[in-house]
Design a protein around this ligand. Structure first.
Ligand code: G3P
Ligand code: CA
Length: 259
C-alpha cells in the first residue's frame, strides 16, 4: 500500500471564518489551529507600502465610514499608510476584534517568519508590488517559505521574472481549461490555482502533464473537498481550515486503498 499525501490546507485570508480576514487575529487563529500555511492579499498604499487587504477599497472591512467619511468608497491606493493604519479592521467582524489594524506585508513577515509559510496574492498590477514582494522576501530570508499568486497575467510575468525560480509563482484563474493551462506555462508560472467549480480529474491530469503544480480556491463544502482530493491537488485554501482537515481525514479514512 502506498501512502497518499494529503493536500496542504491553506488558511484563506487567515482563519477568516473565525476572525476578521487578513488581520493578525485571523493569522494567529490559523496558527493556533495548527495551520502554518497562510494566504493573504496585498495592495499598495498611496505612499507605496504593501498593505494586506483584499478589496480595492477599505469600506467593507474597516471603519472607514466613520473614521474617514460616510461617503465612500475609499480606494486603498488613495490613502497613505498612516491613514490606513488609523482604520479599525476588526470591529466589523465582531466587538472582540475591535482594534485590529490592516497589517503591512513586512509586519507579517516579521511576526511569522519562523512559524508560517506565506501564500501572497498580489492584487494589483502596475504598482511595483512584484519587486517589493521579492525584495522583502530576500531581506527577511523567506524565499523558501513563500509562494506568490495572482489573477493578473502581467503580474505573473513580472513575478516569474523577479523570482527566477527562487520562489514559486502561481496563476489564479476563475475557470480552468486547456487555454488557461497553456497561459500559465507560457507566463512562466510554476502552478495554476483555479476555483474548484471548474476543476475536473481530466483537467487536473492535463495540469500535471504540462509540468505545473495544482491548487484550488473557493472550496467550501465537503463535496468540494472530496473533488479536490480526487483531483490530487497539492493544496487548497479554506476559511475554516480545521473543518477542511476533519473532512479530509474522514474522506481519506472512508476510502479503501483498493477503490
Ligand atoms: O488563493 C486564492 C484566493 O484567495 C483567490 O480569491 O478573492 O479570496 O482573493 P480571493
Ligand atoms: Ca486571495
Amino acid at each position: 500500500m502506498t501512502a497518499r499525501s494529503s493536500p496542504i490546507i491553506i488558511a484563506h485570508r487567515g482563519a477568516s471564518g473565525y476572525a476578521p480576514e487578513n488581520t493578525v487575529a485571523s493569522f494567529d487563529k490559523a496558527l493556533e489551529l495548527g495551520f502554518p500555511d497562510i494566504e493573504f492579499d496585498i495592495r499598495a498604499s498611496k505612499d507605496g507600502i504593501a498593505v494586506v487587504i483584499h478589496d480595492a477599497t477599505v469600506d467593507r472591512t474597516t471603519s472607514a465610514g466613520t473614521v474617514l467619511s460616510a461617503s465612500g468608497p475609499h480606494p486603498v491606493q488613495s490613502l497613505m499608510l498612516a491613514e490606513l493604519k488609523a482604520l479599525d479592521a476588526g470591529a466589523w467582524f465582531g466587538p472582540d476584534f475591535a482594534g485590529q489594524r490592516l497589517p503591512t506585508l513586512e509586519e507579517l513577515f516579521d511576526r511569522y517568519r519562523e512559524r508560517a509559510r506565506f501564500w501572497v496574492e498580489v492584487k494589483e498590477a502596475g504598482r511595483g508590488l512584484e519587486v517589493k514582494l521579492a525584495a522583502l522576501m530576500a531581506r527577511h530570508g523567506l524565499r523558501e517559505r513563500c509562494a506568490a499568486l495572482s489573477f493578473e497575467p502581467v503580474v505573473i510575468q513580472e513575478l516569474a521574472h523577479v523570482a527566477r525560480g527562487r520562489f514559486p509563482v502561481g496563476l489564479l484563474v476563475v475557470r480552468l481549461d486547456e487555454e488557461a493551462i497553456e497561459q500559465a506555462a507560457h507566463l512562466g508560472a510554476d502552478g495554476i490555482y483555479p476555483f474548484i467549480a471548474s476543476l475536473t480529474p481530466e483537467l487536473a491530469q492535463a495540469v500535471r502533464a504540462r509540468g505545473l503544480r495544482l491548487g484550488t480556491a473557493g472550496v467550501e463544502t465537503e463535496e468540494q473537498v472530496a473533488l479536490a482530493l480526487r483531483c490530487g491537488v497539492d493544496g487548497f485554501v479554506h476559511n475554516y481550515p480545521d473543518v477542511a482537515r476533519a473532512q479530509v481525514q474522514r474522506l481519506r479514512g472512508d476510502a479503501s486503498p483498493d477503490k
